[in-house]
Design a protein around this ligand. Structure first.
Ligand SMILES: [Zn+2]
Length: 375
């Protein structure tokens, strides 16, 4: 029963809270670097938050150059700009890429270490700058995790895992998620459900707190994903999705993800498939592969998503919830062809950090078979 559990020290869950961002954070930083992407800017999502920073007398620097799967050179450029501005804190405002970038900027802003020196687990030394995160999607859970994923100069997805990556404060404002298009709502929502399932079935780090969080997360997400897709302006469905993604994030940062995520990574690297979609593509084959050893746990999760106490019923219900959102379900839909599957399988089994957490071993042959199943 021994376990450890960490999460961010402060959370504000309040629809509309982004409008008073300045007032909320003014005791933490005076010259924030605001980290976001062009999509957030163009959707006008951040306007009120920026106005509130001004109103609170905070001299902010806006970095809106975040890209999906943040490249190392973008991160280094952002750190340089924040230094020149004299930033004394970092606000990440956006999806997983913006939040992951913000975390790393907050570390490097106060550090002599280079980005390359902090790749890996527990390699960050010393303190970081104050860090506040606001998610605009309901999926990644990055606002409460100690992980950043950065794309290295050699085009590899590098994980940075360190306690310094936990933010000081996460602000969850469901109004920021209202304008997400259907395909993003479904893919990010399914990603959050995968976080919950993989945390609950983790072979090495499964623990009672992650279990409780994952179960509640899966219940909220499975009950609300269809409504959030069909009625995007429904604030209560959006709140439930955001809360579910948050709880799943707290669960998996302590009981990490496994083979679904490991097999999704190469799809992101080689085909730029968005993280959430890549995970939803790999969910069905990995659940089937794990069934012989995870049957009891899947059966426990059945009633959580409205199925019976049967592992098979859990699997069928889960897949029909996903299908109901209209998410793509074949690798060929995202441009993957037969001849690259060996390369994908080779890369997937190298994601040792996640694969070792999977309830059942995934060999190269297994990986190849699982990709083939959903081609
Ligand atoms: Zn994920």
């Amino acid at each position: 029963m021994n376990f450890t559990f960490d999460t961010v020290p402060n959370l504000i869950f309040e629809t509309g809270a982004a409008n008073r961002l300045g007032e909320i954070i003014k005791e933490r930083m005076q010259r924030p670097c605001v980290v976001t992407d062009k999509g957030v800017i163009n959707a006008g999502l951040i306007d009120d938050a920026l106005a509130s920073l001004k109103k609170a007398g905070l001299d902010y620097h806006l970095f809106d150059g975040v890209e999906a799967d943040p490249p190392a050179k973008v991160v280094r450029g952002a750190v340089e700009a924040a230094r020149q501005h004299g930033s004394d804190g970092v606000i990440g405002f956006g999806g997983g890429s913006s939040m992951d970038t913000a975390k790393v900027i907050a570390v490097l802003l106060k550090s002599q270490q280079s980005l390359e020196e902090i790749y890996g687990t527990d390699t960050v030394r010393g303190d970081r700058a104050p860090l506040v995160l606001l998610p605009t999607t309901a999926g990644t859970g990055s606002e409460v995790t100690n992980i950043s994923i950065i794309t290295s100069d050699d085009d590899l997805k590098m994980g940075i895992v360190a306690p310094q990556l936990y933010a000081d404060l996460a602000i969850l404002d469901a109004s920021l998620t209202l304008s997400m298009p259907r395909h993003v709502t479904s893919a990010t929502g399914i990603d959050a459900m995968v976080h919950a399932i993989e945390a609950f079935t983790n072979k090495l780090y499964k623990n009672p707190i992650s279990d409780a969080l994952a179960t509640k997360a899966l219940s909220l997400l499975s009950q609300n994903i269809q409504r959030a897709c069909d009625e995007p302006g429904d604030t209560s469905a959006r709140e439930a999705m955001l809360l579910g993604a948050l709880l799943a994030g707290q669960a998996f940062t302590n009981s990490p993800c496994a083979a679904v995520h490991a097999m999704a990574y190469p799809l992101g690297v080689h085909f730029h498939v968005p993280h959430g979609l890549a995970n939803s593509l790999m969910l069905a084959p990995v659940l089937r592969h794990n069934m012989p050893v995870a049957e009891k746990l899947y059966a426990e999760l059945g009633p959580v998503i409205g199925a019976s106490h049967s592992a098979n019923d859990f699997l069928d219900t889960m897949l029909s919830i996903c299908a109901g959102t209209g998410v793509k379900n074949r690798l060929s839909d995202v441009g993957v062809s037969h001849n690259v599957l060996p390369k994908l399988a080779e890369d997937a089994i190298k994601v040792e950090r996640l694969m070792r957490c999977n309830p059942r071993e995934v060999t190269y042959d297994d990986a190849l078979r699982l990709y083939t199943e959903v081609l």
